[in-house]
Ligand binder design. Sequence first.
Ligand SMILES: NC(=O)c1ccc[n+]([C@@H]2O[C@H](COP(=O)([O-])OP(=O)(O)OC[C@H]3O[C@@H](n4cnc5c(N)ncnc54)[C@H](O)[C@@H]3O)[C@@H](O)[C@H]2O)c1
Length: 254
Amino acid sequence: MPAPTSLAGQIAIITGACGGIGAATARRFVRDGAHVVCLDLRQDALDELVGQITEAGGSAVGLAGDVTDSELPARAVALAQEAFGGLDILVNNAGMGSGMVPLWEVEPETWRRDLEINLTSQFMFIRAAVPVLIERGYGRIVNTASAAGMEGHALSGPYAAAKAGVIAMTKTLGKELAQKGVVVNAIAPALIGSGMLEQPWFSGEVKRTLLERIPMGRVGEPEEVAEMVAFLSSPALTFSTGAVFDLSGGRATY
Ligand SMILES: NC(=O)c1ccc[n+]([C@@H]2O[C@H](COP(=O)([O-])OP(=O)(O)OC[C@H]3O[C@@H](n4cnc5c(N)ncnc54)[C@H](O)[C@@H]3O)[C@@H](O)[C@H]2O)c1
């Protein structure tokens, strides 16, 4: 019998699967024996990730698309069902920041786009997945928030607002599904060494200031996030829902 923390045989959708955290999570899931639908914008990166996983004996398929495409969530759920026979886990991981601009100077179009990518897309995947999970009487959903959504983040207003929305959405959905066998939690990473930190704004003074706020004095590794996501996605998690799990190296005081 598999250990309760094992994801053996579980079927998962992971959005933003080719980024730092997404790829580490996909690899962590298949290492446990899960079947994974890897979804990302980038077809070439998807081909590479899925190729590496399957060559190593893991079980994964790729789906290229933009999470803001309203038809994509249903296609992802259908692919999980066709390729692997169902759905157990949704990891809403895709997201991105849009640069360092004071809130009052943010273009309305940028505001809308940031909320669409970082909040509305997670809602759309929840809309597509939850009826299937309720029907099954079992499910695990992990939404990706951010320390920015807990604390606010100067010059990243739309991103921080979207991630705060992810937290409120998670708390709401956790309560709504509490008696249906489907648990819903969010993670709130602070600073993780992924593609996000390769953006031009993350350098010099910004980098130093952010690192100084982390008592462990380092950025987190994507694999450390993947480990928590794996636990939150596993049958071992039974009495936590609508909760936010910190990954901040000791920075969080909330
Ligand atoms: N890295 C950090 O410090 C940090 C901190 C807090 C929260 N997060 C969150 O973690 C999640 C993963 O980020 P990451 O750090 O791995 O960044 P990343 O840039 O390495 O990966 C993000 C992935 O999402 C994909 N993506 C972006 N927009 C998409 C779209 N519209 N449709 C489909 N795919 C899209 C990208 O192609 C990329 O593969 C994000 O939600 C991010 O906000 C990251």
